[in-house]
Design a protein around this ligand. Structure first.
Ligand code: 1HE
Length: 264
């Protein structure tokens, strides 16, 4: 259903185009959008092959839940080597989300659990509806996160919280999720997609190189020692400001044509 994108997607993923924003829906509601191998490969294909005309993506889920995580029915078949390869396939797919072509806004509702939370963590912005709840039930299933959660979630909410979620199966509700940084926005039930689209449209209006730097350079600076971070910042800010697009935007503001910063 990737028509309009020229991307061959499995039935569990449905893509729509809204101008320069792509909306990708996890469409396996009957299995609570559990992520099977085909869906993970489809995610990789989608985020790798996005056309240049698309400037931002909204990712959301059909039905009452964002995603129930790993498709547990596929798990019982794997040996150790296959398990490593499987986890690495998730890493590859999600790497193309976090460090892909354009920013991704995830819209969360209902269960955002296990691999579903790992998927959400690979997005750049998370909008939660009040129904959202977050958990890492891996501990109770006798497994471990394998979709990059031990890297991304620790950075997002801290090691102590991830340990608690994994050891005790603790569930955070949407308000708690907002407070601890699992989502940046909290909206009423049913309003997530509209909010996600509004944010994606705003992001799509930024200079492409600025978006690229925010996605690709900012997280690397966060991982650097401060001296390297300062130097990298100087380099990327000089690169960005040298673009014609930046010059045109600065001139527009000075000519009283550019937008002012809005009060909250
Ligand atoms: C599934 C899955 C799944 C549902 N794999 N089939 N994830 C979990 O441990 C979460 C497991 N799921 C749940 O706790 C619940 O399903 C939910 C809280 C998400 C939703 O509850 P509910 O009552 O709306 O749905 P349900 O009746 O439990 O499930 C509906 C169907 O979806 C049912 O199948 P059916 O054939 O009986 O209709 C469920 O079996 C199926 N289903 N979740 C497979 N996860 C890279 S490592 C990542 C590691 C992890 O992600 S571990 C966490 C796995």
């Amino acid at each position: 259903m990737g028509e309009g994108f020229g991307i061959d997607l499995p039935p569990s993923l449905v893509a729509e185009r809204h101008g320069d924003v792509a909306v990708l829906k996890l469409a396996r509601a009957e299995k609570r959008n559990a992520l099977d191998d085909v869906t993970v490969s489809g995610l990789e294909a989608f985020f790798t092959k996005l056309p240049d005309a698309i400037k931002a993506v909204v990712l959301h889920g059909a039905g009452d839940h964002f995603s129930a995580g790993l498709d547990l029915s596929e798990l019982k078949e794997r040996n150790v080597a296959q398990g490593i390869a499987h986890s690495r396939s998730w890493h590859r797919a999600f790497e193309h989300i976090q460090f892909g072509k354009v920013p991704v806004v995830a819209v969360l509702h209902g269960a955002v659990v296990g691999g579903g939370l790992e998927l959400a963590a690979a997005a750049h912005i998370r909008v939660a509806e009040r129904s959202a709840f977050y958990a890492l039930p891996e501990g109770s299933r006798g497994i471990f996160v394998g979709g990059g959660g031990s890297v991304r979630l620790q950075r997002l909410i801290g090691t102590a919280r991830v340990m608690d979620m994994m050891l005790t199966g603790r569930t955070y509700d949407a308000e708690e999720g907002l407070a601890i940084g699992l989502s940046q926005y909290l909206v009423a039930p049913g309003e997530g997609l509209a909010k996600g689209l509004e944010l994606a449209k705003c992001i799509a209006g930024n200079a492409p190189l600025t978006n690229y730097a925010i996605m690709h350079v900012l997280p690397r600076i966060a991982e650097s020692d401060p001296a390297s971070g300062f130097m990298t910042e100087s380099l990327i800010s000089a690169v960005a400001q040298a673009e014609d697009e930046a010059k045109a935007r600065l001139k527009a503001f000075l000519d009283k044509r550019g937008p002012k910063v809005a009060r909250p």
